[in-house]
Write a protein that binds this ligand. Structure first.
Ligand SMILES: [Zn+2]
Length: 145
């Protein structure tokens, strides 16, 4: 797969990756940043040294939510664990549009029935360091899917 570095192609997707790479660096320090990867089937979100998981982005429809979904799919396969995880509740997150303001957020089922959203690009490292080691990675992965 070829890495698309020219911002003239798909500027919105490059902008989306800036936000997602902020979240990735905050939560998984040392991980290779996301990139747009091109092959004969289309443009994917993945890691240049590893490749991508999932489907290509659909050009006419894909915005930040779709890019975030694609990034999540590749990250979970590449890192072999749930990504991203709520820093407060240690639960797996899913992207959605927040009803109040239309912001693209990572949605968490914690904090009561309404849940809560964390704006994409503003994720923080988990506040409870060390919990990852005490939890079963296998169960966490199964829980998200
Ligand atoms: Zn939460």
């Amino acid at each position: 797969m070829e890495t698309l570095t020219d911002r003239d192609f798909y500027p919105e997707w490059h902008d989306a990756l800036v936000l997602l790479n902020r979240d990735l660096a905050a939560t998984e320090p040392g991980t290779e940043p996301f990139a747009l990867l091109l092959d004969e089937y289309g443009v994917f979100v993945g890691f240049p040294s590893w490749g991508a998981q999932g489907n290509p982005l659909r050009e006419e429809e894909a915005g930040l939510p779709e890019v975030a979904d694609a990034a999540q799919e590749s990250a979970m396969e590449h890192l072999w664990r749930t990504w991203p995880v709520c820093p407060e509740h240690d639960l797996g997150l899913h992207v959605r549009l927040r009803e109040e303001d239309g912001a693209t957020v990572w949605w968490c089922a914690g904090r009561g029935p309404a849940g809560h959203g964390i704006v994409v690009g503003t994720l923080e490292a988990r506040r409870t360091k060390g919990r990852r080691a005490s939890k079963s990675g296998k169960n966490r992965r199964l829980g998200l899917r």
